[in-house]
Design a protein around this ligand. Structure first.
Ligand SMILES: Cc1cc2nc3c(=O)[nH]c(=O)nc-3n(C[C@H](O)[C@H](O)[C@H](O)COP(=O)(O)OP(=O)(O)OC[C@H]3O[C@@H](n4cnc5c(N)ncnc54)[C@H](O)[C@@H]3O)c2cc1C
Length: 739
């Protein structure tokens, strides 16, 4: 007997049979969800030894001339047309001319290919549009976002029949049809697959012709664009009791396109989500009949709805909310920095107080990191990947960091950001934060179940194929595949254990950072160390807990956080390279790295402290977290250095803030920027007077201590600051109900 045959018979087979009997079978829905989408850089991180040469070779996403022209033209024009106060507080809707402009300029067809009349934009361009429009008005941003994300457009392009594409895509691209997507029902929110909405295959006469079709009954809620939609992408459970389309009675979750003017459809009522004015509402259908070719992808795709939805989400989820969040983080950092410079208390700008600088430093670093991750993710999407785990990481962590940044900016602004009115440029964003946290997969669930749960299976080099081998209905074929995988898997796990130990204890440099990494090379080595540690702890946890890990959500969430930090920190290193390796930007990189490394160690620590196997946890801790080589949080000096980037004009600030499009057409932000410029110009003079014991510059002017031009500068700065710190007030009548 050869060694391979012996190994298979005496080692692999007993393990295979035991595990096969013990592991619960995957439900078809679980299997479809796991298989949806692709893996990308996440798979490299999961392997425990990321290939930095491949990382450097990833093409940075760029904009074509046509895409840039769209940003400079229609997007800028749209931003100029939007008045968010008017939209959110007076109309509860976008004005008719804005709706017409959005349709005419094909904002709803950004992802639809040009041959169907769409704009055929890259992920980067799509993301830029969403980012810029959302900053001017979240209502407009969400309105643009939905048809280009979950809306039926993506589903049609990936799964529609040619006839469906030919009919629907041109109509969606030019806004003749307004789409929405209905998955969520009152009883089925996060557990959307448990929906009770039904479709029964049947025959009915239509215009006197006997027609094969589906009788639909549903109740959906929270559906964005629903109240104004002309076509509803509907998810429901399809059954075929009379076997009109096949053998199965319970066909499974399917997706159909339902015109909203059909008899039996009730649509039009509105929710008011966090006082945002984008169209959102419930809808119901009672005995609505659609022909069978309303099924997206036709009868062949009947029952594949869950997989189709997961695949469509894998692309859109990586763009929509991350783009809004990246814009929001930059906007929060920019406005907080300007305000902290303009607003004085105790005789000096509040930005000079360390307490405020603590918030500003974090704002600056968050803005740098989320924007880096947005750009990096667009690169993957533009390479054609639909990375399911990366999209979940982006959705979760970009929106969480947006929440932190918007909260920090609110704190720095004090009462100014709390009092609502046209002068408040932060209030609307603040109210929009929970929308981002909840939609496209609520964050608690995404963190607890999806990132590591799906990541472990999808991004792991062997696990998914092993799971499929264990589930193979042909036991012999399954055993053969399992035998081919499990030994490679064990070899990799052993190698990762050795690497994790050598790097953690002795700093052995295994990985090879990019040749141009310069002073950031050290960070690549740290990421190598943590990737190996993560791979090892993940393997050990999966091995000891198996399917029970699904119920230990806190462990899964912490492991997911480690994977997410590895991804986000990779993106930071990539941004620094792509932007031209500016030494001056390094404090931002260092701050992100220090925070990220500390988070990784805290999460690993949390996993090991709560691990059910104490002996295993003890051994793992000894390997990956040596007591004398623990991560330290960023120093106060580093925090202050990052904060200063928001308080002083500089190249770093220009790269960090870029062009803040919220300012376009937003008078209160324009005023803030003007006051900031004046405050910067006037500061040396103000400091000189203060050190000379002069508190009133008018007296100094009267005594001839400053000249007319200096007095004019101080007067302008003072009046600009007064405009900025002013807040709105209203007559009681103006606030009466029924405006
Ligand atoms: C403004 C807005 C717009 C929306 N637009 C659309 C749309 O266009 N189309 C559409 O179909 N849907 C839409 N939704 C629905 C959205 O996707 C759901 O709100 C979301 O999936 C969560 O469902 P739920 O609100 O019922 O929360 P629930 O399911 O009730 O969950 C409550 C909390 O429990 C957590 N939770 C649930 N299960 C678990 C678990 N196993 N582990 C850990 N935590 C868990 C959730 O994360 C959440 O924090 C929208 C929602 C909102 C608010």
């Amino acid at each position: 007997m050869s060694w391979n045959a012996w190994r298979r018979k005496w080692l692999t087979e007993p393990v295979y049979r035991r595990v096969r009997a013990a592991v619960p079978r995957l439900s078809p829905t679980e299997q479809q969800a796991i298989e949806a989408g692709d893996v990308w850089w996440d798979a490299q991180l999961f392997s425990g030894h990321p290939d930095w040469t491949a990382f450097r070779a990833i093409d940075a996403a760029t904009l074509s001339d046509q895409e840039q022209a769209f940003l400079d033209g229609p997007v800028a024009e749209l931003c100029g047309m939007l008045d968010d106060w008017d939209v959110s507080w007076r109309r509860y809707d976008l004005p008719a001319d804005v709706w017409a402009f959005l349709k005419r300029q094909r904002f709803f067809g950004m992802i639809i290919p040009t041959e169907y009349g769409g704009l055929g934009f890259s992920a980067r361009a799509h993301s830029e549009v969403v980012r810029r429009v959302s900053l001017r008005s979240v209502t407009a941003g969400v309105t643009v976002m939905v048809p280009n994300s979950l809306g039926p457009g993506e589903l049609l392009m990936q799964f529609g029949t040619q006839a469906q594409r030919d009919h629907w895509l041109p109509r969606l691209a030019d806004g003749r049809e307004i789409p929405c997507f209905g998955l969520t029902s009152p009883q089925a929110g996060s557990d959307a697959a448990s929906m009770t909405d039904t479709g029964v295959v049947c025959r009915r006469p239509i215009d006197g012709v006997d027609t094969l079709g589906i009788c639909l009954n549903w109740h959906k809620r929270y559906i964005t664009l629903g109240p104004v939609a002309t076509v509803l992408g509907l998810a429901f459970k399809l059954s075929d009791p009379d076997h009109l389309i096949g053998d199965k009675v319970d066909v499974g979750i399917s997706v159909a396109l339902v015109p909203t003017n059909l008899p039996g459809v009730s649509i039009g009522r509105r929710h008011l989500p966090a006082l945002q004015a984008f169209q959102n509402g419930p809808n119901q259908g009672a005995d609505v009949f659609v022909p069978i070719d309303a099924l997206i992808g036709g009868v062949e795709r009947a029952g594949q709805g869950w997989r189709m939805l997961m695949a469509a989400l894998a692309a859109g989820r990586g763009i929509s909310l991350p783009s809004l969040s990246a814009g929001a983080c930059v906007f929060a950092a920019h406005t907080a920095g300007c305000y902290a410079r303009v607003r004085t208390q105790f005789g000096i700008p509040v930005g000079r107080f360390e307490g405020v600088q603590e918030k500003l430093g974090r704002l600056a670093a968050n803005a740098y990191l989320v924007e880096a991750a947005r750009r990096f993710t667009c690169s993957g999407l533009d390479m054609g990947y639909k990375p399911a785990v990366v999209s979940a990481i982006m959705k979760l962590h970009a929106t969480e960091r947006m929440r932190q940044s918007v909260n920090d900016a609110m704190d720095v602004h004090g009462g100014k950001a709390i009092i609502d009115g046209p002068r408040n440029y932060l209030g609307s964003l603040y109210r929009a934060v929970p929308v981002g946290i909840t939609v496209e997969g609520a964050n608690i669930l995404t963190r607890s179940l999806i990132v590591f749960g799906q990541g472990a299976i999808r991004a792991h080099p062997y696990l998914m194929r092993e799971v499929l081998a264990l589930a193979d209905s042909d036991e012999e074929a399954g055993l053969e595949a399992f035998d081919a995988l499990i030994w490679k898997h064990l070899w990799q796990a052993t190698r990762n254990g050795f690497r994790a130990l050598s790097m953690a204890w002795f700093g052995v440099p295994f990985g090879k950072p990019p040749a141009d990494a310069g002073p950031t090379a050290v960070f690549y080595r740290r990421l190598d160390r943590y990737a190996a540690a993560f791979a090892m702890v993940s393997e050990a946890t999966l091995f000891s807990l198996g399917g029970a890990l699904k119920r230990r959500e806190m462990l899964s969430a912490r492991l997911g956080d480690v994977l997410a930090e590895l991804y986000l920190l990779s993106a930071v290193l990539r941004r620094w390279l792509d932007e031209g390796r500016h030494e001056a930007d390094l404090p931002l990189v260092r701050y992100c790295m220090a925070c990220g490394f500390a988070t990784i160690e805290t999460c690993l620590d949390g996993v090991l402290l709560n691990h059910p196997s104490r002996a295993l946890a003890f051994a793992l801790r000894a390997i990956v977290l040596p007591p004398l080589r623990r991560a330290k949080p960023p120093s106060d000096a580093l925090l202050v250095a990052c904060a200063r980037f928001l308080l002083e004009p500089s190249g770093v600030r220009s790269r960090l803030i870029g062009e803040v499009w919220g300012a376009r057409g937003n008078p209160s932000v324009e005023q803030l920027e003007r006051a900031f410029d004046l405050a910067v110009q006037a500061q040396p003079l103000v400091d000189r007077l203060r050190h000379g014991g002069v508190s009133d510059w008018r007296l100094a002017h009267a005594k001839g201590a400053i000249d007319d031009s200096q007095a004019k500068l101080l007067e302008d700065a003072e009046s600009a600051a007064a405009e900025v710190i002013a807040v709105d007030d209203f007559s009681p009548d103006a606030l009466a109900r029924g405006r």
